[in-house]
Design a protein around this ligand. Structure first.
Ligand SMILES: Nc1ncnc2c1ncn2[C@@H]1O[C@H](COP(=O)(O)OP(=O)(O)O)[C@@H](O)[C@H]1O
Ligand SMILES: [Mg+2]
Length: 273
């Protein structure tokens, strides 16, 4: 499988303080990498570095993040605008970060598509409604015409995933996409992301503190602790036979009942802390 993104020995500082140290991994076409770690371990920082979203305080101080031969921390704003969304999609913990609450979903999707050159509003609407239908929405036209505040958080997140897939990005960066949702909706969002991979071959980097979500989705996983990689490899192998003491502790905190079954429950690793 072709490689989509590669982090090489990445260090990231905020105001001179080290937040991420010597992190390396790569993600291939259609692969789902789960990044797991306690709050503050640097998970969001890793994703933000790829998107140029570290802000004024944050800086990649060593290493590279390659996407198609581009070193992402170094590209121009113009290049970044071109690939953000279209090649690298992003899903946030709060779907509210994806949509403005008081403007219609359809209006916002049309703007997003127009910004990437898809200016035929009617064609965009048809394609968006078809995609929403594929993702299991019974009434896509109603969603298209709604305001985000009219939808539940879970619905908004499901629409955000579908909207991100309209541009058919090669990779989706998903930062705790299910953490704010209750268990049944979590399951729907997980299934939607899996379907996105199936339909479009999209790779996904999924940040979560929920081992159940990793178990349900990830091909590979990376365990992060205080900005450093504790363990990285095939998800099944690490879940069944963790090598690092930190991962062992993290997994031991997950209730046994849940560990044995394929569930998406609140068996959160943060219980370890
Ligand atoms: N804008 C920022 N300014 C200063 N420090 C930050 C900033 N964002 C994150 N950090 C610090 O970087 C570390 C990693 O944060 P983060 O990537 O948000 O962790 P996670 O997503 O795993 O919870 C934490 O110690 C956090 O306090
Ligand atoms: Mg975070």
């Amino acid at each position: 499988m072709a490689e989509i993104i590669r982090y090489e020995q990445v260090d990231i500082h905020y105001n001179g303080a080290l937040a991420v140290h010597d992190v390396s991994f790569s993600v291939a076409e259609g692969e789902i990498l789960g990044i797991v770690g306690e709050s503050g371990s640097g998970k969001s920082t890793l994703l933000k570095a790829a998107m140029g979203m570290l802000g004024r305080e944050g800086l990649v101080t060593r290493g590279d993040i390659y996407y198609k031969g581009l070193d992402l921390p170094d590209i121009s704003d113009k290049e970044r605008q071109k690939i953000s969304g279209a090649e690298i999609g992003m899903i946030f913990q709060q779907a509210g970060s994806s949509f403005c609450p008081i403007r219609r979903i359809g209006t916002q999707i049309k703007e997003m598509m127009a910004a990437h050159g898809y200016t035929d509003a009617r064609a965009v609407e048809i394609e968006a409604c078809e995609l929403l239908h594929k993702f299991g929405f019974a009434e896509p036209k109603r969603i298209w015409a709604s305001y985000p505040f009219e939808l539940s958080g879970g619905m908004q997140q499901r629409v955000a995933v579908a909207a991100a897939m309209l541009l058919k990005p090669k990779i989706l960066l998903a930062d705790e996409p299910t953490s704010a949702l209750d268990v049944t909706v979590q399951k729907q969002v997980i299934e939607e992301m899996l379907l996105a991979r199936e339909l479009f071959g999209t790779a996904i980097i999924l940040v979560t503190h929920n081992i159940g979500v990793i178990r349900a989705m990830a091909d590979t996983m990376l365990v992060l602790h205080q900005g450093k990689v504790m363990e990285y490899g095939k998800a099944k192998e690490i879940l069944n036979n963790p090598q690092s003491p930190y991962t062992q502790k993290l997994l031991a905190a997950v209730p046994r009942l849940r560990r044995s079954a394929l569930t998406y429950g609140q068996d959160s690793a943060s219980q370890a802390s």
